[in-house]
Write a protein that binds this ligand. Structure first.
Ligand code: AMP
Length: 411
């Protein structure tokens, strides 16, 4: 299906072509016409599915259909959970709206940076605001922004927003919005809190569901699983960097501590590394991303919290140094690579302790991935197959005594 058939105006079609998009992604094909018709939309879509353009394109068209007033009343509000996502959406709006005959004004309003700059930017109003909930309310409290003219509301990554505890702030914002408006809700998962929000918010919505497994199947990602002992993961990572000559690698770890630990170990061997986790200031996170994007560092070590929603162009390799907690997180991580037709590799390190957990993730995604071993890094802490009369419990590490015995037997 070509973009032209979705009812988008010529300048938007040209902008899309300029970005090299030849045809709409499934979520775009399903959402754009509904949004143009003014319908509410409830979409299950992850980052990587093209969801940003799915709401940005039709919103730009609807907003550009009216000549701007002075001062500009805020007509479209996009709420997101993180600074990075807000900035990314701001950039997409600039790129896709570039060729419109009507110049629309967008302001990105996020915490962690001076509110004065944003207040100044909001002088004379704005057509679109992309914001995190807390900073939006601060701006409202400072009288820098009024929400009474909002015609379109987008909640992006609604599940994440609620899991990060934004529900009170959302409730305050919703109370300030006019009753008559278009609501667009995007969420990767639908936990009960999102369902309740959706039911309270949406009027007779168009429901769009892009199955996660389809997403994995459609993108060109090679998924590798390497068995390795916990203590050998950093040397193995260094080895892989060297033999494959990987130049841009996103490494996922489980905690902020883990991020610092792995990053320091790599740095000690002369590899340029940046860290991305929730303990860092906004500025430090932005610098880390900029360094990674500009290839000033080769490896970005990140936690899930910091990395979700990021869109990093040409990211060929993702490494699960620590496995993700859930199958959905696996999808989010693996989806960082192989985006929009690029090819990518996702490598997961599996140890005796985590093998059973990884099998559950595979089961959820109907995957059955081959286990690899790399010469020189073969695991010694073996998983003992279930039912082995000589073995212990499946997934348990060997005890020190057992290892000693095994060593003696080999000798
Ligand atoms: P998103 O899910 O919005 O984070 O988008 C993921 C990536 O897909 C971004 O890098 C977009 O530039 C890209 N993208 C969005 N729509 C398309 C399309 N129709 N064709 C190719 N790439 C796209």
């Amino acid at each position: 299906m070509p973009f032209a058939s979705l009812g988008l105006c010529q300048p938007l079609q040209a902008a899309v072509a300029e970005q090299g998009y030849t045809e709409p992604t499934p979520v775009q094909a399903a959402a754009i016409s509904s949004i143009l018709r003014g319908e509410d939309v409830w979409a299950c879509a992850q980052t990587g599915s093209g969801k940003t353009a799915a709401f940005v394109l039709p919103l730009l068209q609807l907003l550009a259909a009216q000549a701007p007033e002075s001062p500009r009343p805020l007509r479209a509000l996009i709420l997101v959970p993180t600074h990075e996502l807000a900035l990314q959406i701001g950039r997409t709006i600039d790129l896709l709206g570039r060729l419109l005959p009507v110049r629309l004004k967008t302001v990105v309003a996020v915490g962690g940076v001076s509110i004065n700059v944003q207040m100044l930017a909001l002088r004379g109003g704005a057509d679109l605001v992309v914001a995190t909930p807390g900073r939006l309310l601060d701006l409202v409290d400072h009288n820098a922004l009024h929400l009474s003219a909002v015609e379109h509301l987008v909640l992006d990554e609604a599940d994440r927003m609620l899991s990060l505890g934004f529900s009170d702030e959302l409730a305050r914002i919703l109370a300030l919005l006019p009753g008559r408006r278009q609501n667009l809700l995007f969420s990767a998962t639908f936990p009960p809190a999102v369902r309740t929000l959706a039911q309270d918010l949406l009027r007779d919505p168009t429901r769009i569901e892009i199955a996660p497994s389809t997403l994995l199947a459609e993108t060109v990602i090679e998924q590798r699983v390497i068995e390795v002992d916990v203590g050998q993961r950093t040397p193995l990572l260094r080895h892989l960097l060297q033999v494959h000559g990987w130049t841009r690698v996103l490494v996922f770890v489980a905690s902020r501590y883990g991020a610092d630990h792995v990053a320091s170990k790599l740095e000690r061997t002369g590899i340029a590394v940046a860290r991305l986790h929730g303990d860092l200031s906004h500025g430090a996170r932005m610098n880390a991303l900029a360094d990674f994007a500009a290839s000033r560092v080769r490896v970005l070590v990140a936690t899930d919290v910091a990395a979700r929603g990021l869109d990093i162009a040409q990211l060929p390799v993702v490494v699960n140094y620590d496995l993700p907690r859930s199958a959905v997180d696996y999808l989010h991580r693996v989806g960082r690579t192989g985006r929009a037709g690029e090819t990518g590799v996702a490598v997961s390190f599996v140890s005796a302790d985590t093998d059973a957990h990884f099998r559950l993730i595979e089961k959820r995604h109907h995957l059955s991935l081959e286990r690899e071993r790399i010469e020189g890094f073969e695991p010694t802490e073996l998983t003992v197959p279930a039912g082995d009369p000589h073995g212990g419990v499946k997934g348990k590490r060997m005890s020190k005594k057992d290892k000693l015995r095994q060593g003696q037997a080999k000798a």
